[in-house]
Structure formats: structure tokens, C-alpha cells
Design a binder for this molecule. Structure first.
Ligand code: PEP
Ligand code: MN
Length: 366
């Protein structure tokens, strides 16, 4: 943990057992829609907080940009009728002030705001002296440092109750997801700030209803602390993010379908078996490291030999042959083709580095 960086748990603050479930519409559209959605999700008994966007950062102008301050009254009304704590997105000082005045329980900073240190600083400054929980969505670009920077700015403003929201990253390549989950980046943040609770937003990762349960389960299996899932009384008619919203009834089904696993178990047989398997993994990793080291030493020798004979480091044919044979071998051994290709790319990259070093080394003058 970085010095002077105190992080407290939002789930503990709310007094709930994980996973924390936050749900509600993408946008508060009308008072009726906000309150009716809140009532239906509260009736499931499975939701701990109500979300709804009041100020909506839209990619293109002319789309629904949120109800503004008027919508805060609807959220407050929904809280009054259901008892659910309320949370909304803030992007500047005016938003923060309006939320604090209205009595919003938890704030979140959206993905398009986390990318901008000026905006995050403005939000942090507006929060000085206020001990309200704040959740920070990942920036839309895959930059963990920028994400951490937002927590630092909030922390310096005196905020202690913080959580991260993993909502996926914008990507040029169009995959099955609206925003590529890039789980490794969420894991990297978790590793760098272990006290920080992470909530997954499967709705914005998926971009469609079908993938929400699968993404939610994956998040729980990565030991995330909660889920923020968009829900709407009439998803197809939603004014924003219609394709990814689900009804409160579907939400209840998704939550019921989730398997909540623990990071460890006190069961003796489980511990003994795990320990035996981990010993095997340690042994194999040891062998893999030794083999990798031997392989790099041979690369070095090859580099030296090529240098003496004035031959280039890269020979495309040889590389293609390596990839083909190893991919086939891997397949026969049950290894995923993508994994084998990624692994070979890394190996080849390192091998080229090693050979480049040898090529460029000044020979000792005699
Ligand atoms: C939202 O939660 O509706 C939203 C705008 O999300 P994001 O900042 O993740 O795009
Ligand atoms: Mn949305």
C-alpha cells in the first residue's frame, strides 16, 4: 500500500455480506420509471443499493443526456419508498454539490471522467471534508495508473471509503463485448491495491443482455466484491443502453444463478489436496524455468554464431515453422491454440532480444 493511502470497505460500511449488488436503470427517465424500478428491485430482496444516471455522458450530442438535478428528487423519492441507499454518477463540482445537498449515499465517477485528471481533481476538491463513499470506474482506455491516480486524488481529499468499478475498456477491435473486459488489468489493480474492493459492471462490459450472467460469474470467480447491473421496468423502451438492461425479474434470476465461491476453505481434505497439487505446480514451474533458461542460453549461442557468419537474427521461414509445429503439438496435447501462439510470441521476442544483445556487443579488443 502506498504511504498515506487509506482505503476502507464500502461493503462493511453498508453492513452487507458480499457480493454487494447495485442495480437500477442506466438513466433516471421519469419519476414513475425511477420509483417503479426501485420498488421492483427492492422487492427481489437481492439488491443492496439503487443506481441511476442523472447526468449522462453521451458519445454523440442529441441523445438523452439525463434529467439533471430534477432527477435527484426522483432518486430521493425512490429511497424513501424502498429504503435502498442511492448512488449516481458525478463528473464535476456542481454535480457533487447537488448530490451532497440531496443526500445521495454513494457517488461514482464514470469511465469518461476517470480519463481526465482535471475532472477527477475537481470532483475530489468538491469532496474535501465530506466522508462519502466513492466508486471509480476504470478509464475507458486500458491504463491502470490513471485508474490508481483517481484513487490517490480522492484519498488526498480525505475520502477513505472507495471501491473500483471494472466496466471494461474501449477497443478498436470488435469482439463479443461492448467494452473488452481485459480482466488482467482488473487483476493488476487488485494486486496493486489489495484493500480496494472491486465491483464488476457486467452491463457495460457486455453491451447486451445475453452475456450478463456469464460475465457476472467470471467476476465473482475472480473474487470481486460486487456487481453493478443495469435494470429497467421496460428495458426495450429505455432511453439509454436499452440492449443491455434487464427487468428486475431477470435480475433476480441472474443473481440466483450465481455461484458464490470463497477464496479459501477450512476443510482439511480440501487443504491437503490443494497443498499436494500446489507442490506439483511448484515442481513443474521449476522445470519450466530451467528449460526456459537453457533455451535462452542456446539462443545466445545462435546469436554469436550468426554474428560470426554475418547472418540476420530473424529468419521468417524458421519462425513460421516453429509456430506451425508447436501449435500442432500443443493442440495434440490439449493446449489452447491462442495460448500457444501468445506464449511463442513472448518466447520469440525474448530470443530476439538476447540475440540482438550478442550481435551488438563490442568484442573485447586484444
Ligand atoms: C453508466 O453507468 O450508465 C455509464 C455511463 O457507465 P460508464 O461510465 O461505465 O460508461
Ligand atoms: Mn449505462
Amino acid at each position: 500500500m502506498k504511504k498515506g493511502f487509506q482505503i476502507d470497505s464500502i461493503t462493511k460500511h453498508l453492513g452487507i455480506t458480499k457480493p454487494l449488488i447495485i442495480s437500477g436503470p442506466c438513466s433516471a427517465e421519469t419519476e414513475e420509471q425511477t420509483v417503479a424500478t426501485a420498488k421492483q428491485i427492492a422487492a427481489t430482496g437481492k439488491v443492496h443499493a439503487l443506481r441511476a444516471g442523472i447526468w449522462k455522458p453521451r458519445t454523440r450530442p442529441g441523445q438523452y443526456e439525463g434529467a439533471g438535478e430534477e432527477g435527484l428528487k426522483w432518486l430521493v423519492q425512490a429511497k424513501k419508498e424502498t429504503g435502498l441507499p442511492i448512488t449516481t454518477e458525478v463528473a464535476n463540482a456542481a454535480h457533487v454539490e447537488a448530490c451532497l445537498k440531496a443526500g445521495v449515499d454513494i457517488l461514482w465517477i464514470g469511465a469518461r471522467t476517470t480519463v481526465n485528471p482535471f475532472s477527477v481533481q475537481e470532483v475530489a476538491d468538491a469532496l474535501k471534508g465530506v466522508d462519502i463513499p466513492v466508486m471509480v470506474k476504470n478509464p475507458i482506455n486500458p491504463d491502470v495508473e490513471l485508474w490508481i491516480g483517481a484513487f490517490e486524488r480522492l484519498s488526498r481529499a480525505g475520502i477513505t471509503k472507495m471501491a473500483a468499478i471494472h466496466r471494461g475498456f474501449s477497443s478498436f477491435e470488435k469482439g463479443p463485448f461492448r467494452n473488452a473486459p481485459m480482466w488482467d488489468l482488473a487483476i493488476e489493480l487488485k494486486t496493486k491495491l489489495p484493500e480496494l474492493e472491486m465491483i464488476c459492471d457486467p452491463s457495460h462490459i457486455s453491451g447486451n443482455r445475453e452475456l450478463i450472467a456469464m460475465v457476472s460469474q467470471k467476476a465473482l470467480d475472480l473474487d470481486m466484491s460486487g456487481l453493478m447491473i443495469e435494470s429497467h421496468i421496460n428495458p426495450d423502451a429505455a432511453w439509454s443502453d436499452a440492449k443491455q438492461q434487464i427487468t428486475p425479474a431477470t435480475l433476480a434470476k441472474v443473481i440466483d444463478s450465481l455461484v458464490v465461491r470463497t477464496v479459501s476453505s477450512d476443510n482439511k481434505t480440501f487443504k491437503d489436496t490443494l497443498s499436494v497439487l500446489r507442490d506439483q505446480i511448484d515442481q513443474l514451474d521449476d522445470e519450466i524455468m530451467q528449460k526456459l533458461s537453457s533455451r535462452m542460453k542456446i539462443s545466445e549461442k545462435i546469436g554469436q554464431y550468426k554474428k560470426e557468419n554475418n547472418v540476420t537474427i530473424l529468419q521468417v521461414n524458421r519462425w513460421e515453422e516453429i509456430v506451425q509445429t508447436r501449435v500442432n503439438l500443443g493442440k495434440a496435447m490439449g493446449l489452447d491454440e491462442g495460448f500457444t501462439r501468445d506464449f511463442l510470441r513472448l518466447l520469440h521476442h525474448e530470443s530476439i532480444q538476447v540475440q540482438t544483445k550478442v550481435m551488438n556487443k563490442e568484442e573485447a579488443k586484444v
